[in-house]
Design a protein around this ligand. Structure first.
Ligand SMILES: Nc1ncnc2c1ncn2[C@@H]1O[C@H](COP(=O)(O)OP(=O)(O)OP(=O)(O)O)[C@@H](O)[C@H]1O
Length: 540
């Protein structure tokens, strides 16, 4: 059947939207996974795409879901993917705001939200916000049989999968993709999942594409079958009378010819290439983080698609960055620096008996100045960089690795609106607050130390001299507060950006998450030191 005829047949069906591939080609590095493929996936039906392990089914699905850029270094694609009409203007005129939803193999649920919260998030970000939602979040979880009051992490694998389907459907996608929905399930559970897919498709009539190598479980619910042929790298439609030949036509993917490790020269060149790749990756991730951080003020608008969800993310990151465990660190650091600066200044004064009476007020004034303008700001921001930067990089890194960032994107949400903006807001609020706590602790311990080492002097003496170099002329804020606040905010903003971009960089394994945390600690502390060094040159 010609493409146009297929298209007409789909349009006549009038249910869901067809998806059309035109000259689609996908390659991973030098290997072509899909070559010049043009076909139409019919509207309102279940199309099962089968293929051997490693043939490229998941990469195809991610391409269809709009999760892969055309010119990505690792995976690139050419051609067009059209949902509904060819002409996007025509789509818009017909009120079509196309959306592809995906039920991820690892579910990619938002762990910090309840099951109903996950679905409500999808409803609030549905493809057409002007149309009323088809049903409430509670109705969705009830329909799919998910316990509403159990936390997401405590749900069983099957319940998580049903919740993932409910969340995806609640966003009213035009095309619904399932990535290996039966992987890791026994045959009875696999059959149940297949029935669930058929059941939801019968009720909601969404165009559904199921990608699997478990064709035996999923063929019974298929309306159409496409084979991703690893020999020819083409998607081939298999007519129903040939479905029994699938097992013979599904050829295993030919493994790349690995050159023997025995040759030391080859081994060496591979190690060199790997090492160079690692160094490249490191500087690319860091360089792009710095570059994007510089461009950020121009891109970042204080805009949340939904204020309520935006505030929820802000509170989440405020707890992470400025919560009680951070208070403990910063207060302890303030106490240590307040004690050491006061105690050792007087303890190691040469010719104490003579010099101390002459210098005591000057020394106290210097301690006050140094603590307020330099020591506490440097120490506090380094600790914030290491502790809070690492916490945020871990949070975003896990969201990236666990697929939640992809889930946000398929729900039409740019990660920077619900992740980056809240992270920046959290750091801009929490960094001055934490530094103030650290300074308060330093001052208190300095006073206590001074009183215990100089019992003849009272707190009034300490106070008068400690603030002598800092007293503002009009008696309001301490002198130089603008510098302290400026350094503090520049540090907070930069730490937020570095942690976010390190966390957001692609993650193939848990190792990559820990790599992002380490890089964040390294780069944020270096960044903070540079900020203090540069501002000190200007400030003093
Ligand atoms: N991000 C990536 N970077 C580099 N190569 C990748 C990436 N993702 C996938 N690949 C490669 O693309 C090929 C196809 O992978 P894909 O995961 O799509 O296979 P699949 O058909 O889904 O296999 P399975 O059924 O085992 O999940 C594999 O060789 C894989 O190593």
């Amino acid at each position: 059947m010609s493409l146009d005829k297929e298209w007409d047949a789909s349009a006549v069906a009038g249910e869901g939207l067809p998806l059309r591939l035109i000259d689609l080609q996908i390659q991973v590095a030098d290997r072509v996974l899909i070559r010049d493929t043009s076909l139409t996936i019919p509207a309102g039906k279940i199309t099962v795409i089968v293929g051997a392990s490693g043939a490229g089914k998941s990469v195809l699905l991610r391409t269809l879901a709009g999760l892969l850029r055309r010119d990505d270094e690792a995976i690139s694609w050419q051609g067009s993917i059209v949902i509904g009409h060819d002409d996007p203007m025509q789509n818009r005129r017909n009120g079509l705001l196309t959306r592809v939803g995906i039920v991820f193999q690892q579910f990619a649920l938002f762990d910090e939200l309840s099951p109903t919260g996950n679905v409500q998030f999808a409803i609030d970000h549905r493809s057409d916000p002007s149309a009323p939602p088809s049903q409430s979040a509670r109705d969705w979880v009830d329909e799919l049989g998910v316990p509403a009051h159990t936390s997401v992490s405590a749900l069983s694998g099957g319940q998580k999968q049903r919740l993932a389907i409910a969340r995806t459907l609640a966003a009213a996608p035009d095309v619904l993709l399932y990535d290996e929905p039966t992987s890791g399930l026994d045959s009875a559970s696999g059959r149940k999942v297949a029935e669930l897919i058929r059941h939801t498709q019968t009720i909601h009539r969404t165009t559904s594409i199921v990608v699997t190598h478990d064709y035996l479980t999923l063929l019974p619910i298929a309306d159409e079958v496409l084979l991703l042929d690893s020999q020819t790298s083409r998607l081939i439609r298999i007519e129903q009378d040939q479905w029994d030949q699938i097992s013979t036509r599904m050829q295993p993917v030919a493994l790349a010819d690995n050159t023997s490790d025995d040759d030391p020269a080859t081994r060496m060149s591979r190690y060199t290439r790997l090492a160079r790749q690692r160094v490249d990756d490191f500087f690319t991730a860091t360089g792009s983080a710095i570059w994007t951080a510089m461009a950020l003020p121009f891109e970042l608008r204080p805009y949340f698609p939904h204020f309520r969800w935006g505030m929820r993310f802000v509170l989440h990151y405020l707890r992470l960055v400025g919560g009680p465990s951070a208070w403990f660190y910063l207060i302890l650091a303030g106490m240590i620096i307040g004690f050491t600066s006061t105690y050792f200044t007087f303890e190691f004064l040469p010719f104490q008996a003579y010099t101390q009476p002459l210098l005591i007020d000057e020394l106290l004034a210097s301690i006050g100045f140094a603590l307020y303008r330099i020591l506490v700001p440097v120490l506090a921001t380094i600790l914030i960089a290491a502790r809070c930067g690492a916490a945020v990089a871990a949070d975003v890194g896990v969201k990236r690795y666990g697929g939640q960032v992809d889930a946000l994107q398929t729900l039409g949400v740019k990660p920077r609106t619900y992740l980056l903006l809240p992270i920046v807001i959290a750091f801009v609020i929490a960094t001055p607050m934490l530094e103030w706590m650290s300074l308060s602790a330093a001052k208190l311990i300095s006073l206590v130390t001074f009183l215990s080492t100089h019992p003849n002097e009272g707190p009034y003496f300490w106070q008068q001299n400690f603030y002598r170099n800092l007293a503002a002329i009009d008696g309001s804020l301490l002198r130089g507060w603008q510098w302290v606040l400026t350094k503090n905010l520049i540090c907070g903003f930069g730490i937020a950006c570095i942690a976010y971009y390190q966390g957001l960089a692609p993650k193939k394994s848990a190792n990559d998450v820990s790599g992002a945390i380490t890089s964040t600690v390294l780069w944020t502390t270096l960044y903070v030191l540079i900020v203090h060094f540069v501002t000190a040159l200007i400030e003093f």
